[in-house]
Design a protein around this ligand. Structure first.
Ligand code: 13P
Length: 289
């Protein structure tokens, strides 16, 4: 059964580790991530962006697939199904479809609008036992070919949003989605420390987990980060393994073109990446704690 991410992240914050959010794109991704979580006895959060939800056929399809896998693969570790960077309407749709967690990303809107929408969702999610993530300070990344350096959130705004009753908070600290540019200046730990000081027990979320060096990840965890989002790194692992299979001509040997064979190396590569991250984040063997 899907669970809210609230309790798993409170435990992570208290236990000084982080739970990974791994974004899913299809059946292979979902299965690989769930199996890795089970094998390593780690709690896990499956992230679904609005675009990925649409790609997979819609939110009901995603909920059906994930719930079916939890049952058929006998997954017993805590699993949350979470909308990643959703607009207000997408949050409503996912709550309706059976997601156990949603992120409302109002970071591009004026702070007053971000707060007003977050408030409405706090009430709705509380009624349904669904966890809610909010964001302050847009996470950078490549948009229309322009690479942003990653905005830093205002700690006072973080405090204002944290006090609305949300369950965890994403705050920009110089992190960006996708690959980091060569001249990236790293995470801003002073800002992270100020945010943590003002928001206290609130689990903090680090987006853009791909490519952040291990020492920075570990330091971020000591400063209150309890959820780390990884997407691009699984995509790169999958693409590299799939390219290798095809370049070696394996799709042309026997029934190597069978999608179950063709996609197997990519799925195995995702498993490897997810395992590495779970080890780095410290979430292995925390499923029953
Ligand atoms: P990356 O694609 O950089 O790993 O970021 C993932 C993310 O933050 C999803 O919200």
């Amino acid at each position: 059964m899907l669970v809210s991410a609230k309790e798993m992240l409170q435990k992570a914050k208290a236990g000084h580790y982080a739970v990974g959010q791994f974004n899913i794109n299809n059946l292979e991704w979902t299965k690989a991530i769930l199996q890795t979580a089970q094998e390593n006895q780690s709690p896990v959060i499956l992230g679904v962006s609005e675009g990925a939800g649409k790609y997979m056929g819609g939110y009901d399809t995603v909920v059906g697939m994930v719930n079916g896998m939890l049952k058929n693969l006998e997954i017993t570790v805590p699993v949350a199904l979470h909308l990643d960077h959703g607009g207000y309407d997408a949050c409503l749709k996912c709550i309706e479809a059976g997601f156990s967690s949603v992120m409302y990303d109002g970071s591009h809107a004026p702070i007053e609008e971000n707060i007003a929408n977050t408030k409405k969702l706090v009430e709705l999610c509380a009624k349904k036992g669904i966890s809610l993530e909010a964001e302050v300070g847009a996470i950078g990344g490549e948009e229309d070919g322009v690479v942003g350096m990653g905005e830093c959130a205002d700690p006072k705004e973080c405090k204002a949003v944290a006090d609305l009753g949300i369950d965890f908070l994403a705050a920009g600290i110089g992190n960006i989605h996708g690959k980091y540019p060569a001249n990236w200046q790293g995470l801003n730990f002073d800002v992270l420390a100020s945010i943590q000081e003002l928001t206290g027990e609130m689990p903090l979320v680090l987006h853009g987990g791909t490519g952040i060096p291990a020492d920075m990840i570990k330091k971020a965890i000591t400063l209150g980060v309890s959820k780390i989002n990884v997407n691009t790194e699984c995509q790169l692992s999958f693409a590299t393994a799939t390219r290798k299979y095809i370049e070696e001509g394996k799709d042309q040997e026997g029934k190597g073109y069978d999608p179950r064979k063709l996609l197997a190396p990519g799925a195995a590569a995702i498993k490897e990446t997810v395992k590495e991250k779970m080890e780095l984040f410290g979430s292995c063997n925390k499923a029953n704690e």
